[in-house]
Design a protein around this ligand. Structure first.
Ligand SMILES: [Zn+2]
Length: 429
């Protein structure tokens, strides 16, 4: 277990925060420090075809050790961490034999990780937790995934009696800013399907995610001396406020769950002259997703119409960009790849938790690029903040799942599953 902890810690102490304002890939140079370490390590454990391209995408191969041909599978994770919270100077704390009580993360600032608030903690009583020191995120998202994939490959190399087909490994930069899959060379990867090791608690297995878009809305105003402003001043901040008030009040992240979509205001800054509002739009259902985008355009039009005379041109400028789509559409025709992961968990005594992701992963984009790619738990909790933690036992279980999937892929007869769609339609008849 110490080996696993050491590996994880060696990754999280490297700051790999990505930056959505950057146009380079990786978005931040510092990500390459970890990328280079990973390349070295993959070579050191005996992986073949270890490559890192000019954009920082890492790929490697574990060659098949069986005679017959079986599908090539891939495991993917990302090495950047979220810009939502600082990832500099991560000082992980290892709490052995967790007693189920409060964990003092930081005495100076009195930051406590408490099961009274984070109830999930209680299921890990007696286990070894890795937490932050309360001043940074941990980066288990997704350095737990990296740790698990590298460790599973190392185990398979050291235990050649476990039979497996060809396995590909892919590590990407910039997932947290929605670009992880952008420059992923699916053809070069050459896997029949893959799994991202990027989920949260033990047992999670996901193949449905949000459809996602980001909107940037610019409000223009007219600044006039407040004493002489009647009928003249246009305060762009107030118009932005008006815009936000026209969005459905209950359809926000903190009021929704499961398949419910939302609008999320994630940035607002302005002056009288100009205000910029950024929001994200999320919905599992493609039709509802479109409706949400239409609503943004409708509100824009209405406000523009209202101010057409006074302002003379459009006062609100709206840009909406699609970010990713629900992978369900691409995974459902090959649902046996989800069944395989589910069987691996059940064989290992892990209770699969199959639920829609309220977000996206590299896998959602990859699925649309030709690599169906469900998401498997990496073990961490409370991502993107100071309360992030990961039980070491969950990471070990994720390693076991990777090994089991490799084994099952070598022993399963996929000819019966060749086309799940056909099977389904036959069943109906
Ligand atoms: Zn992640």
């Amino acid at each position: 277990m110490q080996h696993l902890i050491d590996r994880f810690i060696s990754y999280v102490i490297i700051d790999t925060e990505s930056d959505s304002n950057s146009n380079t890939t990786p978005s931040t140079k510092k990500q390459l420090v970890l990328a280079n370490l990973l390349v070295k390590e993959l070579k050191a454990i005996g992986m073949a075809e270890v490559t890192k391209d000019k954009n920082g995408y890492i790929m490697a191969t574990l060659p098949s050790n069986i005679e017959h041909v079986v599908p090539t599978i891939g495991f993917v994770s990302h090495y950047d961490t979220s810009p939502d919270f600082t990832g500099a100077n991560v000082k992980p704390q290892v709490i052995a034999n967790y007693d189920g009580g409060d964990i003092l993360l930081n005495a100076e600032h009195n930051i406590i990780l408490s099961p009274n608030y984070f109830k999930d903690l209680l299921q890990y009583k007696g286990q070894t937790l890795i937490t932050t020191d309360g001043t940074t995120l941990l980066g288990a998202d997704d350095k737990a995934g990296l740790t698990e994939i590298v460790s599973a490959m190392e185990y398979l190399i050291k235990n050649p009696d476990i039979k497996h087909g060809k396995i590909r490994v892919g590590f990407t930069p910039d997932e947290e800013i929605g670009r992880g899959a952008d420059l992923f060379d699916v053809e070069k990867f050459g896997a029949d399907w893959g799994y991202t090791m990027d989920g949260s608690q033990i047992g999670e297995l996901e193949y449905e995610n949000f459809n996602a878009a980001g909107a940037k809305i610019t409000f223009k105003g007219k600044s006039v001396h407040p004493g002489y402003a009647k009928g003249k001043m246009i305060n762009s901040m107030l118009i932005a406020n008006d815009f936000i008030n026209k969005l459905p009040k209950k359809e926000i992240p903190q009021e929704t769950k499961n398949y419910e979509g939302f609008f999320h205001v994630n940035h607002l800054s302005g002056s009288i002259e100009e205000t910029i509002l950024e929001l994200i739009i999320r919905d599992h259902n493609a039709k509802k997703f479109k409706k949400r985008k239409d609503l943004i355009h409708d509100i824009t039009k209405k406000i523009n119409k209202k101010f057409a005379k006074q302002f003379g041109e459009d006062i609100v400028i709206t840009e909406i960009k699609d970010q990713y789509y629900n992978m369900k559409e691409k995974v459902e025709p090959v649902l046996f790849i989800v069944d395989l992961a589910e069987k691996a968990m059940i064989d290992l005594g892990i209770k699969p938790i199959i639920k829609p992701i309220r977000g996206g992963t590299d896998g959602s984009r990859l699925s649309y690029m030709g690599l169906p790619c469900p998401n498997i738990f990496a073990g961490g909790h409370n991502f993107h903040g100071k309360y992030e933690y990961v039980p070491v036992e969950s990471m070990q279980k994720a390693i076991d799942v990777i090994i089991k999937i490799a084994e099952l892929t070598a022993t399963t007869d996929f000819s019966a599953n060749e086309n799940t769609k056909d099977k389904k339609s036959k069943k109906k008849k």
